[in-house]
Design a protein around this ligand. Structure first.
Ligand code: GLU
Length: 466
């Protein structure tokens, strides 16, 4: 049975785009194998918790359509799915590790450890525990008697090699002498990530741990815990870290990194997921655009390339435009209506959106571009100050007023005749008309726009100028 999971920490504003990528791969792998996709919230780092982050993470996942089979909200066979509600479990296993000799109680106080760290940094060494309590083998009763804060540390064996079998990299070898005696249980009774992740992945019967590459270096420590507790290990698969096109690590300074930001800008969830699926992986037929169902059919974990793929917002925008073009007009209409309702608190007229979509669909890269092109259909423009020449505006009014059949073609003909009669360059003439009607130098096709706006409204806009 394939069971995958993501284990986000609620320590950021929202779901990071890199986490969305990890979520997608986990979700696809579960779907492909008729398995389950689980969301577990890793909230043991109390100092870094951000209020509301868990809610936002779950909501963003939902908005992208990556529905978990089990999560903290809906529960499941292995509930609770929030680590802060599972503390007793970690403590028990930490004690068991001590009993087995794979971990030990440590009574070192903060001051000493801080001093140690400073000294190591001065000597340009990587800060690590010096093993002071490692061989003291304190028993539980000694610890209780001491009435002092204690932690439990992993007893990393000396002079050994640990082989991590990674699905994408094969065997990755770690020397234990380079590993720190990691704290597993903190003095506040909370586990560290390393203990909690192993306990939960085991208890929740996770078959594939698919996560970002940055966790690969932690895996040897995890393997020591699995081994000590005599637990079978899941398959490990460390995904490449997304990079900016200039190869630097994705960061807020260069590109928006929150997954919800893309939705708030009018990217379609399916387009973003399609684009993300191509990070380090390609469709067997080199297709760039395909549905999630197709992805599930043709995807294989082992085909992911581990060189840091470039997340290119320009390419994503292009792809999003392709998605909009491929979508039926009626669907684009509802997407636009939803988008402006949810993100701009605007209730647009459904009829108007429907009429205008054919004029602008080809130009939309994001749903938010719609307003750039179409605002003037909903609001009278304010750009008339850009108008240079007012002399023939009355003529325009009179000619438009005479039109009986208010159709794009007729409007165009009548206006062209007028321009010719007045001997005004057509480019200049129509720019003036465009500014009057739309308030902008760039707009959807003018005659068609005027037809949609209606005679009365167009006349009113012309009249407003003189
Ligand atoms: N809590 C870790 C994170 O925030 C999870 C790492 C893992 O998947 O093991 O990404």
């Amino acid at each position: 049975m394939v069971r995958t999971r993501i284990a986000p920490s609620p320590t950021g504003a929202d779901l990071h785009i890199g986490n969305l990528y990890t979520a997608l791969i986990n979700w696809v792998w579960a779907k492909k194998n008729n398995g389950q996709f689980i969301v577990r919230i890793e909230d043991t780092d109390r100092a870094r918790l951000i209020a509301g982050a868990e809610e936002r993470i779950l909501k963003t996942l939902k908005n992208y359509g990556l529905k978990p089979d089990e999560d903290p909200k809906k529960g499941g066979r292995f509930a609770p799915y929030r680590q802060s509600e599972r503390l007793h479990l970690y403590k028990n296993y930490a004690f068991e590790l001590v009993k087995k000799g794979a971990a030990y109680f440590c009574l070192c106080d903060k001051e000493r450890l801080e001093k140690l760290k400073k000294e190591q940094l001065i000597k340009k060494q990587i800060p690590r525990y010096d093993g002071c309590c490692r061989d003291k083998n304190y028993s539980l009763s000694q610890i209780e008697k001491a009435k002092a804060p204690y932690v439990i540390r992993l007893r990393v064996p000396l002079d050994k090699r640990i082989v991590v079998n990674d699905l994408l990299r094969g065997e990755v070898i770690f020397e234990t002498n380079n590993l720190d005696d990691q704290i597993l249980l903190k003095s506040d009774g909370f586990p560290t990530y390393h203990l909690a992740v192993v306990v939960d992945d085991y208890l929740m019967k996770i078959s594939h741990v698919i996560r970002a590459e940055e966790w690969l270096v932690s895996t040897p420590k995890h393997l020591l815990i699995y081994e000590a507790l005599d637990w079978p290990t899941p398959v490990f698969c460390h995904l490449p870290i997304l990079r900016n096109p200039d190869r630097s690590k994705l960061s807020k300074r260069k590109n928006p990194v929150w997954a919800s930001w893309y939705l708030s800008q009018g990217y379609l969830p399916e387009a973003v997921l399609n684009y993300l699926s191509l990070m380090g992986w390609s469709h067997p037929e080199e297709k760039e655009i395909f549905t999630l169902d197709e992805l599930i059919r043709v995807f294989d974990l082992k085909d992911i390339k581990i060189v840091g793929p470039a997340f290119d917002p320009v390419k994503l925008e292009w792809m999003n435009g392709e998605y909009i073009r491929k979508t039926q007009n009626s669907k684009v209409k509802s997407q636009i209506l939803e988008f402006y309702k949810n993100y701009h608190d605007k209730k647009l007229s459904e009829k108007m959106v429907e009429k205008t979509i054919p004029l602008v669909k080809e130009r939309l890269k994001k749903l938010s571009d719609y307003w750039f092109y179409c605002q003037f259909f909903f609001e009278r423009p304010k750009g008339q100050s850009l108008l240079k020449d007012h002399s023939y505006i009355k003529d325009i009014y009179q000619q438009l007023e005479k039109i009986k059949e208010w159709q794009a073609k007729t409007i165009g003909e009548v206006m062209l005749n007028l321009a010719n009669k007045l001997k005004i360059k057509t480019g200049e003439f129509f720019m003036t008309l465009r500014l009057i009607i739309t308030g902008k130098k760039i707009s959807p096709p003018l005659n068609e726009s005027m037809e949609i706006l209606g005679k009365e409204e167009c006349l009113a806009r012309v009249k407003a100028i003189f």
